[in-house]
Design a protein around this ligand. Structure first.
Ligand code: HEM
Length: 134
């Protein structure tokens, strides 16, 4: 008898999201999607700021300075800096795994940790610049 005719077993379900413990690569992967979607959704703001930054009139320059001088706007930009850095580092990791580099469990865990650490450290460096610390 073919397996097609056998009664189907109920598929296991485990939907207690609070109890699920992902490996670090799972969290890095979720953040890759979140960062990609976040950057995509923020493209209108970034393109508008780019347009303003290219203003040659005093009014345009003053508007750009006023908007980017706002702390809330800077916090959004800081979030976008993190999003780009995480997405970029994780994107490179995924592309390497696609060509079978670093697919072993231990290597994959280390590279996911490296993505997290490198993107946060670079966010700190660029964030300090954004807030005028140097
Ligand atoms: C410049 C550096 C970037 C690299 C190296 C990169 C790399 C990647 C890779 C490899 C994937 C596929 C991930 C997978 O197979 O699961 C991906 C997905 C994606 N990227 Fe990028 N990307 C970059 C920039 C961007 C930017 C600037 C945006 C948005 C404006 C973006 C938005 C997305 C989105 C929305 C996805 C789909 C995510 C998902 O469905 O999980 N990416 N990226």
């Amino acid at each position: 008898m073919s397996s097609m005719n056998q009664p189907r077993k109920p598929r296991p379900k485990f939907l207690d999201l609070a109890a699920i413990r992902l490996p670090i690569s799972g969290y890095a992967s979720i953040l890759h999607r979140v960062s990609g979607a976040g950057m995509f959704l923020m493209l209108p703001l970034l393109i508008w700021l780019l347009q303003l930054s290219l203003s040659t009139t005093p009014e345009g320059v003053a508007l750009f300075n006023g908007i980017t001088g706002n702390v809330l706007v800077r916090l959004v930009l800081l979030g976008l800096i993190w999003a780009f850095l995480h997405h970029f580092c994780m994107g490179l990791r995924i592309l390497l795994i696609d060509i079978h580099v670093g697919v072993e469990k231990a290597q994959a865990r280390s590279s996911a940790m490296a993505v997290m650490v490198v993107s946060w450290v670079l966010t700190l460096v660029f964030g300090l610049k954004l807030f005028g610390a140097y």
